[in-house]
Ligand binder design. Structure first.
Ligand SMILES: [Zn+2]
Length: 149
């Protein structure tokens, strides 16, 4: 199944491919202050593939706390669409289905997640195990390091 989405103004686009149904995949609400401020509801599939399509000029990359990932925010409409980690062939992400308006995931029961006790090493290991392999259409972003910083 292929799910497509975009931020409010359409300058950041993402495609999410998965073999799983939305019910089987589930949705997560990270309880950190950033994710709650955006009302983010996230999905990932380590067997899936996410493709992100935007220009470097349209995306704000925000890093905070442990600086282990970049959070992608639209510079025009302010919507948070994804958190991205890694570089080269090892880029992974979790996408925000609310920000991307992927409606197939809107009525799934949310699982609240608290990652605040993780060490940096535990956090990185979990993300490589659970997040979605990710490609950027833009060559400058594809060649970028998304953390840890
Ligand atoms: Zn936008």
């Amino acid at each position: 199944m292929i799910h497509t989405g975009q931020c409010h103004c359409g300058k950041l686009k993402a495609t999410f491919q998965t073999q799983k149904t939305p019910e089987a995949l589930g949705v997560r609400t990270c309880q950190c202050a950033f994710c709650r401020a955006h009302g983010a509801v996230n999905i990932s599939d380590p067997q899936g593939l996410t493709t992100i399509d935007c220009t470097t000029g349209n995306v704000q990359r925000y890093t905070f706390a442990l600086r282990t990932a970049d959070f992608l925010i639209c510079r025009t409409c302010g919507v948070y669409i994804a958190a991205v980690m890694g570089e080269g062939e090892k880029i992974v992400s979790t996408i925000n289905v609310v920000g991307l308006r992927m409606k197939a995931f809107f009525d799934i029961e949310e699982a609240p997640m608290d990652y605040s006790a993780e060490t940096p090493a535990e956090r990185i290991e979990r993300r490589y195990a659970k997040w979605t392999p990710t490609r950027f259409q833009n060559p400058d972003l594809a060649a970028s390091n998304f953390g840890p910083h």
